[in-house]
Design a protein around this ligand. Structure first.
Ligand SMILES: Cc1cc2nc3c(=O)[nH]c(=O)nc-3n(C[C@H](O)[C@H](O)[C@H](O)COP(=O)(O)OP(=O)(O)OC[C@H]3O[C@@H](n4cnc5c(N)ncnc54)[C@H](O)[C@@H]3O)c2cc1C
Length: 344
């Protein structure tokens, strides 16, 4: 660790570090006290603090952060916005003994639309992208997707990089990364490398990040010209993770036929998926309601969703088909072409 990194143990307000050490030593023997029992000297530690004890590191540079993660290995977790990690700690589903807070590292945030490229630092808050001037007009799919991530308070803290690194299969950012051919920049003990989104997203909460590696930024391809896009999802309540969601982007040729099409889905498998069969089928054809229905059927044929407490696999497949039709119709309409009846 460099000299300027701050290293402190997280000690609940009013609790001495010595109590924390004692509590750590006896952690195995703890039991959660009854909320009705009178507090003893140690009880505030166990009953009023949700996360397990951890050491908190606040590196000031990327090198320090990488070094800290390398030093502590599996015991360490990076923290960006904390909007996924902190709930995991609070429920004690994650028990890192060291948290490496990335928020003090300069130069990892910022959003910039430059030609066909949207450049994002990993620490850019989702809300800052949502509010980037001109983005909704240029590529509505991006803003529409972000608007469905939790609630404003979550997007104010939650970062783009955190969402992608967390890799929830229903995370809106994973669909955007696939649909917009994102390239992700990673830095770790072995140096820097760039990977495409298709290789970065592997499975449930699993990415190509190697131990000790950090995501530092990404670039998304946002086509200019006669393009339209749309993101739609179905969730039980606004702000919930999607049962299924679809991002569609269509570029029209001069004669009004589909020049390029991208269709990415979330919530319908172990990771976000892009459906090449549907994209192929759309290219070179006139965009009509019948074509959108064909594309939807192609998507449904490719999907293998799970059943869970939120929805059956059949329901997810059905919803995905409906959303694909609607998203394509809206995207084509926004590109200034086609037949919008497919939105019915
Ligand atoms: C009530 C609620 C509702 C939500 N609803 C949605 C939703 O509908 N859709 C959705 O997509 N998300 C939702 N989220 C999650 C939210 O989008 C998070 O902000 C996001 O998933 C994680 O971003 P973060 O910056 O908070 O990351 P953190 O919580 O800090 O970290 C998450 C994980 O990513 C790792 N990580 C973070 N940054 C990096 C990095 N730069 N390099 C390597 N690893 C890194 C951490 O180690 C950790 O494992 C919700 C969260 C809450 C609390």
């Amino acid at each position: 660790m460099g000299a300027c990194a701050r290293r402190i143990a997280v000690v609940p307000v009013g609790i001495q570090a010595s109590s924390l050490r004692a509590a750590r030593a006896g952690a195995a023997a703890w039991r959660m006290p009854s909320p009705h029992a009178p507090p003893s000297r140690l009880e505030p530690l166990v009953s009023r603090v949700k996360p397990p004890p951890f050491e908190y590191l606040a590196p000031r540079s990327l090198d320090e952060a990488v070094a800290a993660l390398a030093e502590h290995g599996d015991e360490a977790k990076a923290m960006a916005g904390g909007q996924s990690l902190v709930p995991l700690l609070a429920f004690r589903l994650a028990r890192p003994s060291v948290i490496v807070d990335l928020n003090g590292i300069g130069g990892l945030d910022g959003a910039r639309l430059d030609g066909d490229t949207l450049e994002l630092g990993a620490l850019t808050r989702q809300r800052d992208v949502e509010r980037l001037p001109g983005l909704r007009e240029r590529c509505p799919m991006i803003v529409e997707a972000i608007e469905q991530v939790g609630h404003v308070a979550i997007r104010n803290r939650g970062t783009v990089g955190g969402s992608l690194a967390h890799a929830d299969p229903a995370a809106e950012w994973t669909a955007l990364a696939l649909a917009l051919d994102a390239e992700l920049d990673l830095v770790g003990p072995g140096g820097a490398r760039t990977v495409p989104a298709t290789e970065f997203l592997i499975s449930y909460f699993t990415t190509a990040l190697e131990p000790g590696e950090l995501l530092t930024g990404l670039r998304l391809n946002v086509p200019n010209g006669r393009s339209g896009s749309c993101f739609l999802e179905l969730a039980r309540r606004h702000g919930d993770f999607a049962i299924a969601g679809v991002g569609a982007l269509v570029t029209l040729d001069g004669d009004g036929s589909v020049g390029d099409a991208r269709v990415a889905l979330i919530g319908v498998g172990e990771r976000a998926v892009r459906v090449a069969a549907a994209e192929e089928l759309l290219r070179g054809r006139r965009p009509t309601a019948e074509l959108f229905a064909e594309a939807a059927a192609a998507v449904q044929a490719e999907l293998d969703p799970n059943s869970d407490v939120h929805a059956t696999a059949d329901y997810r497949r059905h919803v995905a088909g409906v959303l694909v039709r609607r998203a394509l119709a809206t995207a084509v309409g926004r590109a200034g072409g086609g037949d919008r009846d497919g939105a019915a």
